[in-house]
Design a protein around this ligand. Structure first.
Ligand code: SF4
Length: 221
């Protein structure tokens, strides 16, 4: 019966914030690696302590609720344990598959390059780029704002996914076989269009669906 024991957690983010100020951190072993070490779990347990909370999420990361006063120190401790703490806010963020636990790493170098080039760019609302390393796309790239599915030195690019809610939908194929050499500039142009033409706080899928007949999308292809 453990599956349904304690269904309502004591320390939700909301409950914690009723008695103090807490910040939520999304932590993972990296963009590609999904394996935690026991030492990393020990660090997580230490920084959360008795006051904070730990929760797993749908976005390939663990969410930690940490007293806001300790956030800088906590981030430093987590990073010293080789954990990745995702940047928050209305920026370009990145997800990726685990490239078959590191057995299929063909797209890993370009994924890392894209990370350094794109992550952190300010956009109207948080924009998730999801890179999957083969056509199996088993980490659901096509359900993120920009889905990249790698195939032989190129990417198929999917746009317009509604990632959640009753109307959730996969994105549609926007461009086929964009070469590895061109993908960075291609994605930057998409991000520029979003920044230039989106309404304030307009999510990417709404923006794309509203504007997809505009000439600037045709010019891009
Ligand atoms: S998408 Fe392909 S490369 Fe990535 S984990 Fe799944 S099967 Fe492996």
């Amino acid at each position: 019966m453990n599956a349904f024991r304690s269904n309502i957690p004591d320390k939700t983010f909301e409950k914690l914030n009723n008695n103090g100020e807490f910040t939520r951190l999304a932590v993972s072993p990296g963009i590609i690696n999904k394996h935690y070490t026991p030492a990393q779990f020990q660090t997580i347990a230490k920084v959360v302590g008795e006051t904070g909370a730990i929760k797993y999420s749908a976005s390939y990361s663990i969410l930690l609720s940490i007293p806001t006063v300790d956030v800088d120190k906590t981030i430093e401790e987590l990073e010293n344990a080789s954990l990745y703490v995702a940047k928050q806010g209305p920026i370009v963020a990145m997800k990726a598959c685990d490239f078959c636990d590191g057995d299929k790493m063909e797209a890993a170098p370009i994924t890392e390059k894209l990370y350094h080039s794109l992550v952190g760019i300010t956009v109207p609302t948080r924009l998730r780029v999801n890179v999957n390393g083969c056509a199996s796309a088993c980490y659901n790239a096509i359900y993120d704002d920009i889905g990249l599915v790698y195939q032989k030195d190129s990417f198929d690019v999917y746009l317009g996914a509604i990632p959640m809610g009753a109307n959730a939908q996969a994105g549609t194929l926007f461009a086929k076989r964009v070469g590895v050499k061109h993908i960075d500039a291609f994605l930057k142009r998409i991000i520029e269009l979003y920044k230039e033409h989106a309404r304030p706080n307009e999510p990417f899928y709404k923006f794309y669906r509203r504007t997809k007949c505009a000439d600037y999308w045709k010019d891009l292809i």
